[in-house]
Design a protein around this ligand. Sequence first.
Ligand SMILES: Nc1ncnc2c1ncn2[C@@H]1O[C@H](COP(=O)(O)OP(=O)(O)O)[C@@H](O)[C@H]1O
Ligand code: SF4
Ligand SMILES: [Mg+2]
Length: 585
Amino acid sequence: MDPVLVVRGLKTEFSTQRGVVHAVDGVDLEIGRGEVLGLVGESGCGKSVTALSLMYLIPQPPGRIASGQIWFQGYDLLAGSQDEVVLVPREDKPPKIVRHDPALKRHRARMNKIRGREISMIFQEPMSSLNPVLSVGYQVAEVLLYQRRRQICDALLSRKDITKDDLEIFKHAVESADAEERDHLVADFCVRTGLQAEAVNTVIERSGLQLAERIDRVRSLAGRRRIGSRWFLRFLKRLDELEDHHFQREWQKLSRLSLAQPVLELFSHERGPEPGGLPRLLRISPGETAVQLYFQGVTSASETLRSGVESRVKQAVAASPGSPLRAIRSVAIGSGCVELRFAPEDGSARREDAEYRSRAFLYWFLMNTPIVRRALSRPLEEEAKRHVLELLKLVRIPEPTKIYHEYPHELSGGMQQRVMIAMALACDPAMMIADEPTTALDVTTQAQILKLIKDLRERMNSAILYITHDLAVIAEISDRVAVMYAGKIVEDAPVDELFANPMHPYAQGLLQSIVSMDSRKVEPGVPLPTITGTVPDLISPPKGCRFHPRCPFAFDRCRKEDPALVLRGERHKVACHLYDKEAAA
Ligand SMILES: Nc1ncnc2c1ncn2[C@@H]1O[C@H](COP(=O)(O)OP(=O)(O)O)[C@@H](O)[C@H]1O
Ligand code: SF4
Ligand SMILES: [Mg+2]
């Protein structure tokens, strides 16, 4: 399956008074397009920190992403962030984390164009994730106004005239004797047409006019509005397009230097030498225009070696179209090496960057003049509101027009979580992370939210990382499961396979401890099976396998050596020495 996200060796740590907490310690994950990966494990095992690391939302300091790669749609999201925070060792004190602010700012700006737009997140506690002083509708609209400006501009530019349906609403508003009903109708009419409520009310309240005259007046209002904002909409669309190109180029430049790791994996020593294949890889030298590969015993690369390298790259890209290796445009013979070359930078890049800067300055100037900002952004806000009302309907919020203006504390937990889901869906993201979205809710609301996510999943085709400690939820929603223990992934398998044949003793323990409604399985008076002990302290986790103090099968090697996550079935990976022992026996 084409992977949307590939995580390699992710390590995240927090510097505390007691020492460094190794919350995530070498996590490897992959999620394909349209796939739901369930991430499961006890509280405190590092699930949320993994999710926050993927979104680059770790509070820095005290936290920092110490190493690893997060490849998202061909870009390494950690590229260029390495210099942002450094750990400075101190005598008799825990190490101190120091920020490099300019680098942090640049990386945050790049990430802001991915967060919410390409990867969105539903947090565990909707009440503490929503802003208490802004109406919920405004909070969803804000996402659209920041991340989907181009689509909003397109919708406004393509709006022809007031439609017949819009006029029907206006006629009802004129004829309505009930003030409250009229207000609702006017609000609806304004959302649909992008007109201002005060202007429409003036037309309605003006005495001595026939209905036809009132209709002419709102039509002319709409005509004036379209002409007035058209130049700004075109300006904004172009600004957005230039901004996208600018950030894409930056990601591309930085990610090319990170390509060393996937290239190394592809040509790793374990794979070669093969019969008629490639010699051993000695070293690689990554650069912005090419990665150079030096092979053992090769002083001048031959055409056979070049085509061997080329076919291995092609095979890897064909097997996984989302692979970062697709950035390689050609394979050529260099001096004493084979070069994996990237596409040369487009000559128009500089011109585009200059245009982007001048437009960005003009935009900043316009938006910092309150009266201009109000006039220019009003139509955009009203169009965004129309989209928000559709989103609120999609997540089955009753009376969206009313709820739009309400504040988070006025809604129930389930409704708040629906708003969070609407926010996460607003930009049609390629990936969605749901961090225990139903844990804070009561059981009936949990079932409703779970059903909603399942229904939306059919529509969206986004990759979903669903985090929970509840295996029953995992069974219901995910295609594949990754089991996490003390900052590491210990088992990764398709959901049916994991439930039928759990291999890691921790996963076996988790499955045994599920309470079954089947009375045959629960003997009266016999305590339910549990995993003895607790999750270890991540400041000084146990040496070797982190599960060994709690594992009924632990043996000598477990106390000394950390097991690697190894493929043990077709798609079943597990990190446990037991299976090496079995293989050796
Ligand atoms: N801001 C922080 N400062 C220090 N330690 C933290 C911080 N956030 C998380 N941790 C630690 O990281 C570990 C993993 O936490 P978390 O990812 O929240 O677990 P969970 O699997 O329950 O989501 C825990 O030991 C927690 O104490
Ligand atoms: S490696 Fe050893 S201690 Fe760890 S889970 Fe396997 S058997 Fe148990
Ligand atoms: Mg958590």
